[in-house]
Design a binder for this molecule. Structure first.
Ligand code: NI
Length: 133
């Protein structure tokens, strides 16, 4: 039995500041500062509205792991992130459901350094899984 809870929707954008202004105009509130993630070479920040949390991800280098996605899809949501109460068990279940890891557990500076892993499914696309501390 999976213990997943939606944590955020990851939204790829060219620049954080203009996207923040638009989301604020739509009624979102910013949660903390923009964090420069030097592992993913992207600026990241969170906003929320009505219990929904959005993560803005703006690569600042062409060598960022998400730069290719931005070139291909432009500004767009591209992953849903889940928190799990039991990472090892849920990871195994997701593997059995057909999800394949696209990277390994990596610290996420914008999530207080919690480790995350991205997985993809041929019929669904990408998800992100947060390992609780
Ligand atoms: Ni994310």
């Amino acid at each position: 039995m999976l213990s997943l809870k939606v944590h955020h929707i990851g939204y790829l954008v060219k620049k954080t500041e203009p996207a923040i202004r638009v989301l604020q105009a739509l009624g979102y509130e910013i949660c903390g500062a923009v964090v420069r993630d030097e592992i993913r070479l992207a600026d990241i920040c969170f906003l929320q509205k009505d219990g929904y949390r959005i993560e803005l991800i703006a690569p600042y280098s062409e060598t960022s792991v998400v730069y290719g996605l931005l070139k291909k899809y432009k500004n767009c949501p591209y992953h849903i992130c889940y928190e799990t109460q039991d990472f090892d068990s849920d990871y195994q279940t997701l593997r059995e459901e057909g999800f394949l890891p696209v990277d390994t557990l990596t610290p996420a500076p914008a999530l207080d350094g919690c480790e995350v892993v991205f997985m993809t499914h041929a019929s669904l696309g990408m998800i992100e899984l947060i390992r609780p501390r």
